[in-house]
Ligand binder design. Structure first.
Ligand SMILES: CC(C)=CCC/C(C)=C/CC/C(C)=C/CC/C(C)=C/COP(=O)(O)OP(=O)(O)O
Length: 435
């Protein structure tokens, strides 16, 4: 990465790398290095949660940081800036790419695709794939079946989207599911960083039109039809790498990065397919930001629901410094006893998860008409898991919080009603004109 000669203002990356080796920070005028502009409320909360305040030196960054961000490489930039700042740079980049790619004509779907050979943690790949329209249809149908099996409610929601959008969302969902299965599925004990590298190479192939199997072929078609960028996909694989080696989180900054990798990325992948309403006056980046917030909110909720289950696997996805602030230690998590300290800690964590849901809600209204309903449905349902943790009196060690069937069913018309709300600031259009 560092040896390529990409111009960064007055510098080139190779100059940057040399400067970095001399540990020489400088002010950087790269376009991605914009001042941090999240909402004050959120920033204050994050500071409370041991997020460092934004110092001038952080805003200026360093040469290496500029280079890493321009390359979209969170792995390199993490020594210099907070996770939220770094992830926000990805949001800005995705928003800019969406605008740029949306203006271009879509690439042709590849017809004859040379295959390859490889080994993915025991799975041997060997083929040349002929992608005919029938095969593609079959591939998408299979993606839909997988989505229906693992994410029923979300699948039902996608049925309200246009056929092109629903199948694209299924293809993305299936890729995420397969990526997750690498570290969480039956083959997980055999998965090594090298296997993840091969999965990433396979991803790169998908983005140049070379699928290894039918499900990949669906994604090849999706990424050539919609302005979807590869970066969030790469970042999700990075999250899996992180999961292989990391089972403790020192502070919220570390946890935030993990949540971005494994869930915030899904939001960024989905927006280009779901589309922003033509009536929306919101900036693309604010919609991306809301989608990121929904991914983070979902993942934080998932973590809070699964504390006991994760502890039994030796994992604690809770900020260690915040536990300490409430007088709690690792041993308390493993002991799994609901104490007053635990309840106070949980209240604080639930509050933060709800703040991310609140931020996400502001963006749903800006999505295209037929995309709002499934997003509202999944948001309302997942948010209710937090209520259920409260209803369980914060016992997430021995009880799994869930949303009952009737509550789930009731959420669907509520979501539908909310989805009817159009983006603000624009008069509602009727068949006779402006109402
Ligand atoms: C809000 C705006 C503007 C757009 C929406 C963009 C989207 C679709 C965001 C959704 C992000 C998302 C679904 C992230 C995945 C988060 C998550 C924790 C999934 C859990 O998956 P499973 O592990 O299958 O869940 P269960 O364990 O609950 O079955």
């Amino acid at each position: 990465m560092a040896s390529s000669a990409v111009a960064v203002g007055a510098f080139e990356l190779r100059d940057i790398d040399e400067a970095c080796q001399r540990r020489q920070p400088i002010a950087c005028a790269a376009p991605a290095m914009q001042p941090w502009n999240h909402k004050l409320k959120r920033e204050t909360f994050l500071q409370r949660s041991s997020q460092p305040t934004l110092r001038e030196s952080q805003r200026r960054g360093s040469l290496k940081c500029c280079a890493a961000i321009l390359e979209g490489d969170l792995r390199t930039s993490h020594h210099y800036r907070s996770s939220e700042q770094r992830v926000y740079d990805v949001v800005l980049k995705q928003a800019a790419l969406m605008a740029k790619k949306a203006a271009q004509t879509p690439a042709e779907t590849p017809v004859l695709v040379p295959g390859g050979e490889g080994d993915l943690g025991g799975l041997t790949l060997d083929f040349t794939l002929q992608v005919s329209p029938e095969l593609l249809r079959e591939a998408y149908t299979r993606c839909g079946e997988v989505c229906a099996e693992y994410a029923k409610t979300f699948y039902l929601g996608t049925k309200l989207m246009t056929p092109e959008r629903q199948r694209a969302i299924w293809a993305i969902y299936v890729w995420c599911r397969r990526t997750d299965e690498l570290v969480d599925g039956p083959n997980a004990p055999h998965i090594t960083p090298a296997a993840l590298d091969r999965w990433e190479q396979r991803l790169e192939d998908i983005f140049v039109g070379k699928p290894y199997d039918m499900l990949d072929a669906a994604l090849v078609d999706t990424v050539s039809t919609f302005p979807v960028d590869i970066q969030p996909f790469r970042d999700m694989i990075e999250g899996m790498r992180m999961d292989l080696v990391k089972s403790r989180y020192e502070n919220f900054d570390e946890l935030y990065l993990y949540c971005y990798y494994v869930a915030g990325t899904v939001g960024l992948m989905s927006v280009p397919v779901m589309g922003i309403s033509p009536q929306s006056k919101a900036t693309t980046e604010s919609v991306y930001n809301a989608s990121l917030a929904l991914g983070i909110a979902n993942q934080l909720t998932n973590i809070l629901r699964d504390v006991g289950e994760d502890a039994r696997r030796g994992r604690i996805y809770l900020p260690r410094d915040e536990l300490a602030r409430f007088g709690l230690s690792e041993d308390d998590i493993f002991a799994g006893i609901v104490t007053e300290k635990w309840k106070a800690f949980m209240k604080d964590q639930i509050k933060r998860a709800r703040m991310f849901f609140d931020e996400a809600e502001k963006g749903v209204v800006e999505l295209d008409n037929d995309s709002r309903w499934p997003v509202w449905a999944s948001l309302i349902l997942y948010r209710q898991i937090l209520d259920s943790i409260e209803a369980n009196d914060y016992d997430n060690f021995t009880k799994r919080a869930y949303v009952g069937k009737w509550k789930k069913l009731l959420s669907l018309p509520v979501a539908y009603g909310r989805a009817l709300v159009r983006p603000p600031h624009v008069p509602a259009l009727t068949s006779k004109g402006v109402a």
